[in-house]
Structures are given as C-alpha cells and as structure tokens.
Ligand binder design. Structure first.
Ligand SMILES: Cc1ncc(COP(=O)(O)O)c(C=O)c1O
Length: 395
C-alpha cells in the first residue's frame, strides 16, 4: 500500500488513471497532424476531438481555443500578444491593469512589456482577498488596453468577482483576461458566462499530461503570436502540436459530467480537514476563510511554526504539501500573494497550503491530521526547549 500522501494538487495534479490507460493508444498516433497522408489523420482527429471537448468544458467555440504549452505560455501570449498588436495601431492603448496577486507568469510578462513602454498599474486585493469594486472602477481608464485578474488564487483558493469586473472594464472599452488555471476541475466555469475576452488554462492542473494549455481568445480579438512559423492554431501559435498532452487534456474535459460529485468530494475533504485542524491544534487560522473559495484549497497559518521547517518534516513522513505557490518554493521570502492579502510577514512564513484533488481520500485526511498534529507539537516542544536553553545561557 502506498503510504505517501499528495495534498499539493494546486502545484500539479497526478495523472488520471483514465489518461494513463489511454497513453499507448495515443502513442500510436505519431504522425504530424498537418500531414495529409494516413499518418496525419489519427493525430488530426485527436486534436479535433480534444478541441471540441475542451471548448465545451470552458464554454466557448472550438476555434476560440488556442493550444499552448501550458498556463505560463497562455498568460504570456495574452499580455505580450496584445501589447505587440497595439504597436501596429495608430493610437495604441497603453495602460494595463493587473491584480497584485497574479501568478509570476503574468506579473513577469507585465514587467517585460513595461520595459517596452507599456503603462502597468497593479491594483490591490484587500485583506481576505476582497476586491473593492468602486476602487477598481476608478482605475480603469479610457486608454486601458487590458485588465487581468485571476479567477481563483493558487495559494488561498479565493475566487474573485470576475463577471462584475469584466463588465466594469468593458464600460471603458478595455478587454478583460482571467487566469483560470487553478479553477479548472475545482469549480463550475464558463468563459461566456464570465463575459471575459481571454482566459488561460493548463492541462497538468487537471489530471492531464504536462505540456498542454489553452488561451481562450474571443472571436474578433487579435493577438500577435509569440511563436511565428507554420499555420498551426490558425496562425496564432506555430509549431507541431503536442498531441499526447492535448489528447489527455481533452479526455479529462469529458469528465465534466462528474464535476458535481468531484466538487462535493473535495469540499468534504477540505471542510473535514479544517474543522478537525481547528479542534486539534491551537493557534490556527484559515486564510481568507470567509471569502468565496475553491472547494479544494486550504491555506492555514499555524502560529509559531516556520512553514519551511514544517514542510520538510512532513516530507520526511511522506506528505506533500506547500508553503506558498509551487513556482516560488525554495525561496525563503514570505509569499507576496499572502502579504498582498493582508497577512503579516510572520503569518505568511507560518503558512501551509493544503490542496486536495479528485483522487484523495478521507482516510488520507485522517492520517494527515495525525501526522500534522504530532509534527506541530514536536516542533513547538523543540522551540520551547531551545528558548529555555538560551534563557539559561543568559542567566
Ligand atoms: C494561477 C496560475 N497561473 C499560471 C500558472 C502557470 O501554469 P503552468 O505551470 O502550466 O505554466 C500556475 C501554475 O502554478 C498557476 O497557479
């Protein structure tokens, strides 16, 4: 029996057994989907079927989905693609309004276009992940090209009021992008209902292979491609398609029919975990616990505990969790997202992110709670001992 526990589904999700079973079949389709001989037909069908299933999943037309290598590329494509597109206009809009809690792939792309002349404004997200819509409205300008705010945050699971924000942006003629990478499979979503112009997705957060993502780009909008070359993706993203990764993403899209059951399952795990944690360990607070949240994400502050230390000790027990976003793991700095959501440096450094997935079980939650309680008590006892020793040394 595998005793290891994986509660880091926001970093990446394990491969679905459905995908694993299908891999040898897709591997047969080695041809280039652009080939017009027999070798191209199988992969072309895989591509077409995946595009159809995925566009139904996210609520768009198949031709509005541009396949990318993942979420980072989709975020880069929208920001740089729109900026470069505006360079060809007589009077380009220069202002880009971006939330303070975005993923680095969005913030770094913004920093890059700023060096090229874009006017980048970062708007704040208040304590508990609350966005002040009136403040937001006052920041959208006549020359705002794009507003970007994620649908759900990777660290706390906070869900932002995208539909209202997109409406406000559109009143000034600005376009709206949402990074929906963390939302897929964790909440109901439809890009049409949200009213956004662009949205980013990644297959590996959704139990598919790494290497495939989507940028939803509403019909009628134009982005300069990041990769020029062949005519793939209707000239919006050149390069031979990653058929295996795309097909696996498409297969997972067909699981939409089980979403209600999956959401209820993850909510139960998350709620049980939080309720028991608060009972068993003192000095615990749930970050942004009052805000609308993804059903799977729990971000907690455990007073007096160094997140990195806890993470390493849990790892030794076979438990995979996170202290911040996976992409910034390894950095001793407290998470900027948590600081931007109103946590102090100390609280942010004592944070633990537990993200559940479709394939986790109640038994794993039970075992994790036992391990966590034991580990926290041990760290606290050691800290107390150390404090006493240093006090004795002073005396
Ligand atoms: C909100 C968000 N956006 C974008 C990304 C980047 O996606 P990818 O790893 O597919 O490049 C991540 C990954 O952690 C994410 O959490």
């Amino acid at each position: 029996m595998n005793r290891r526990i994986y509660f880091d589904n926001n970093a990446t999700a394990p491969l679905s057994p459905l995908v694993a079973a299908q891999l040898p079949v897709w591997a047969e389709h080695f041809g280039n989907p652009s080939s017009i001989h027999w070798g191209g037909r199988g992969p072309k069908t895989c591509l077409r079927d995946a595009r159809k299933a995925l566009s139904e999943l996210i609520g768009c037309d198949p031709l509005e989905a541009i396949f990318t290598s993942g979420g980072s590329e989709a975020n880069n494509l929208v920001l740089k693609g729109l900026f470069f597109h505006h360079q060809f206009k007589a009077s380009p809009r220069k202002h880009y309004l971006i939330s303070s809690v975005e993923h680095p792939s969005l913030l770094e792309a913004a920093a890059f276009i700023k060096r090229l002349g874009a006017d980048i404004e970062i708007f704040p997200v208040g304590p508990g992940g609350k966005i002040d819509l009136e403040d937001f409205r006052s920041r959208v300008r006549e020359d705002t090209a794009l507003v970007s705010c994620m649908l759900a945050n990777n660290e706390t699971g906070t869900i932002f009021p995208i539909k209202k924000m997109a409406h406000i942006a559109h009143e000034k003629g600005a376009l709206f992008h949402t990074d929906a990478v963390q939302a897929l499979g964790k909440m109901y979503l439809s890009v049409k209902d949200l009213g956004v112009d662009f949205a980013s997705f990644a297959g590996h957060k959704f139990y598919a292979l790494k290497g495939a993502g989507i940028l939803f780009s509403k019909r009628g909008h134009y982005l300069e491609p990041l990769i020029h070359g062949g005519g793939q993706e209707r000239h919006r993203r050149a390069g031979t398609e990653n058929i295996l990764a795309i097909a696996s993403f498409g297969l997972m899209a067909e699981q939409k029919k089980h979403l209600e059951e999956k959401l209820a399952h993850m909510s139960l795990l998350r709620n049980t975990f939080e309720a028991e944690l608060l009972k068993r360990i003192s000095g615990v607070t749930i970050t942004a616990g009052e805000a609308p949240r993804l059903s799977n994400t729990s971000s907690v502050v455990i007073e007096g505990i160094e997140g990195e230390t806890l993470l390493m000790r849990l790892d030794m027990e076979g438990v995979a969790v996170s202290t911040g976003s996976a992409c910034s793991a390894g950095s001793p700095e407290p998470s900027a997202v948590l600081l931007n959501m109103g946590l102090t440096r100390r609280q942010a450094q004592s944070s633990l992110r537990v993200s559940f997935g479709w394939y986790n079980t109640a038994g794993e939650v039970e075992r994790f709670l036992d391990i966590l309680e034991r580990t926290v008590l041990r760290i606290r006892a050691l800290e107390q001992e150390r404090d006493l020793n240093s006090l004795e040394a002073v005396i």
